[in-house]
Design a protein around this ligand. Structure first.
Ligand SMILES: Nc1ncnc2c1ncn2[C@@H]1O[C@H](COP(=O)(O)OP(=O)(O)OP(=O)(O)O)[C@@H](O)[C@H]1O
Length: 230
C-alpha cells in the first residue's frame, strides 16, 4: 500500500517497577491525501506512536510500512534515507532554527538532499507561498508570530515533497483562532498534495477537521465515542 501503515505496534519504556507500555498493539493507517487525527490524553502514547511510525524509534513488535516499504526490516542508514526523502515532521514547538530566516529554515531539508540551488530557490518560494508567507521570507522566527512560525514549519515539512506527514500536536502552542487557521492550512495541503498525514491532538476542535478520527487510551487505539447528546 501507499501512505503509512502501522500494524500490531507495541512499545515499552523502562523495566521492572518503571515499565510503561506506551503502545499495546496499535493498528493505524493513513492513505495518500487522508488526514487521520489521533486524539488522546497526555501520556496516552501519541508521541510514541508518531516516533514509531516515522522511524525515529523502533517498535518492540509490529510493522511499519511507508509506501509499501517495511521500515522495521531496514538498516538504520536505510531508515534515515527514507525519513529524509519521504517523511515530514511538524512538532508542537515548531523546531525552527532561530538564526536562520524563514526561507533558510524551509531550505534545510533540500540542502540535506543536496538539491540543485536554482531548484531549491524555486521550491522554497513555492512552499512559502503555499503557506501564505512569501512576504516574510527574510524574517527570523523571533520576528514572526506563533502561527506564522508554525506555517514556516509546515512549509519546511512539505518542501521536499514527502509522502507522509506526521504532526505532533501542531496547534498545541497556539491560541484557538490561530490553531484553526493552521489546522485548515494543514488539511488543505494534505488534500492538495496527496500526503498521508497522521496528526495528534488533545484539542476536540482539531478533531473536527479529520478525515478519520481515532482515539488512544493508555496505548490502545479505539474508535471515538460519540459526543454526549449526539
Ligand atoms: N523515553 C521514555 N522513557 C520512559 N518513558 C517514556 C518515554 N517516552 C514516553 N514514555 C512514557 O510512555 C507513555 C506515553 O508517552 P507519550 O509521550 O507517547 O504520550 P503522549 O500521548 O504523547 O503525551 P503528551 O500528550 O503529554 O505529549 C507515558 O507514560 C510516558 O511517560
Amino acid at each position: 500500500m501507499t501512505g503509512v501503515r502501522g500494524t500490531g505496534l507495541t512499545r515499552s519504556y523502562g523495566t521492572g517497577a518503571t515499565l510503561v507500555h506506551a503502545l499495546r498493539g496499535v493498528d493505524v493507517h493513513a492513505e495518500p491525501g487522508e488526514l487521520v487525527v489521533v486524539r488522546g490524553r497526555s501520556g496516552s502514547g501519541k508521541t510514541s506512536l508518531l516516533h514509531v511510525l516515522g522511524g525515529l524509534e523502533r517498535p518492540d513488535s509490529g510493522q511499519v510500512e511507508v509506501d509499501g516499504v517495511d521500515l522495521t526490516a531496514l538498516r538504520p542508514d536505510q531508515v534515515l534515507e527514507l525519513r529524509r526523502t519521504r517523511i515530514a515532521y511538524v512538532f508542537q514547538a515548531f523546531g525552527l532554527i532561530p538564526v536562520l530566516s524563514a526561507a533558510e529554515n524551509v531550505e534545510v531539508p533540500l540542502r540535506v538532499l543536496r538539491t540543485d540551488p536554482a531548484e531549491r530557490d524555486r521550491r522554497v518560494a513555492d512552499a512559502l507561498a503555499a503557506v501564505g508567507l512569501e512576504r516574510h521570507a527574510h524574517q527570523r522566527p523571533a520576528e514572526l508570530s506563533g502561527g506564522q512560525q508554525q506555517r514556516v514549519a509546515i512549509a519546511r515539512a512539505l518542501v521536499h515533497r514527502p509522502t507522509v506527514l506526521l504532526a505532533d500536536e501542531p496547534t498545541g502552542q497556539l491560541d484557538s483562532g490561530t490553531a484553526a487557521v493552521v489546522m485548515d492550512l494543514l488539511v488543505e495541503l494534505v488534500h492538495g498534495h496527496g500526503v498521508a498525514a497522521v496528526v495528534t491532538t488533545h484539542d476536540p476542535l482539531m478533531a473536527e477537521r479529520a478525515d478519520r478520527l481515532v482515539e488512544l487510551h493508555s496505548g490502545e487505539l479505539r474508535a471515538p465515542r460519540p459526543a454526549a447528546g449526539a
